[in-house]
Design a binder for this molecule. Sequence first.
Ligand code: FAD
Ligand code: NAI
Length: 468
Amino acid sequence: MENFDVIVIGAGPGGYVAAIRAAQLGKKVAIIEKRKTLGGTCLNVGCIPSKALLDSSEEFDKAKHKLGDHGITVGTVKIDIKKMMERKDKVVSEVTSGVEYLMKKNKITRYMGLGKFISKTEISISSDDGKTETIEGTNIIIATGSTPIEIPPLPIDGKTLITSDHAIALDEVPNHLIIVGAGVIGLELGSVWARLGAKVTIVELLPRLFGTADAATASYTQRLLEKQGLTFLFETKVHGAKVKGKKVEVEIEAKDGTKSILDGDKVLVSIGRRPNTDGLGAKEIGIEFTERGRIKVKQNHFQTNIPNIYAIGDVIDGPMLAHKAEDEGIALAEMLAGKAGHVNYRAIPWVVYTWPEVAWVGSGEEELKAQGIEYKVGKSMFKANARSKAMNEPDGQVKVLSDKKTDKLLGVHIVGPRASDMIAEIAVAFEFGASAEDIARSTHAHPTLSEVIREAAMDADAKWSIHS
Ligand code: FAD
Ligand code: NAI
């Protein structure tokens, strides 16, 4: 039986990054993945294909609605869904084979098949062709990720009732896409199909977007998305869906108890994801789980109740984000090599890739109020920014929240073009414990979108914003 210093189960952004970092630090590493391609949910059916489609649909929207303002006339703008999907598949194939290359480069042994604990140190790997082999590891990392939550009233059939796995691979634009859950997937994939011509209705249990994130930022985003044609039904329950040929009737109930039927052609169920531990054998060897079914680990240590077994990424508590999984993978690999790995959860950015994009780090106003923290607010609008004007992208705002006494940054909330790239500055600022004044006094190149962040920081520091 082959023996490794570290065995990683699951080759998503948590697992493959942990494997690379452990190998860099001199460990003999194996990685087990049941999919044929590496990269996990994120590269195969998550972050990357969804962003490829968001980018394609943004180009389509631009050609249809925005180029005219720049004095550019294009002929009839058409979409070729097949070609769009082929491009998306090519992007996916390039990034997943990139991970394959990285495994080879770092001399990581790759096993294809389902990994299952047969003891605290032994993992059996069953491949599709029925073969099984067993390997042994001193330390084992569970990085098995997550899968979509399914609920009895909405049984997924992959054709009419679908998850994100299917919604990134439709072969035609639905006439009416009903989305259950106004979370990140609902907003991103809802945006894709709305831009391509679908009527999109999003049914949400809660009264607002983004759960606990900043409420004013959420309602501002909601208004922008409504202008783009997305319809939201908040505080609405879904009782069931009846498939009738190629159509579907969704029974909903509004807050006041009124029941009605929504007629559509597809129902995307995006109500969250659950940790993936099916067939892993974790329970059988005595690994403890949280009440919500995630693997229980010591915070910032990633160690389960069995000392040589660790877990990272979507399968443990915390936000289900690729960069969170990656950072946990790096921190854990460093700890296993005797270094001081650490993840600063306060500095993890959230990004929603609608257009404009939404990105934030830290607390919203409601959370600060609930914690009794006194804070200052600074704001700036993209419409006052010269680069936004040049780009013809006036929608968006930045809100900076800093401590009333110390001015230390507590939360920064951006809605605006390329907020996904701009939020990196804020994540670094949080890592360095920066104040609003630190941002305000740092030179930001002119003319750039990032100047809106600086203006909001000036406003938060002492109301000395120059351009508004
Ligand atoms: P995963 O990426 O889920 O990888 C786990 C891997 O383990 C899988 O490949 C699985 O096949 C394998 N596996 C499971 N069990 C076994 C077993 N027993 N044996 C062998 N292999 C096994 N996050 C972002 O930060 N940004 C985004 O833009 C973003 N967009 C997303 C869009 C969509 C549509 C979805 C669904 C998710 C998105 N996410 C995004 C979330 C992101 O994909 C996850 O947070 C991330 O992939 C988690 O990484 P992970 O390594 O923990 O698990
Ligand atoms: P989510 O947790 O973001 O949102 C689910 C939404 O569904 C919530 O608003 C919830 O209130 C609602 N909901 C739950 N049950 C419901 C019901 N029965 N009826 C109506 N609404 C209901 O989950 P989502 O969108 O499925 O995404 C899963 C995870 O994937 C996200 O939490 C996120 O971590 C990750 N992701 C990240 C992305 C990014 O970083 N840009 C993009 C896509 C996904």
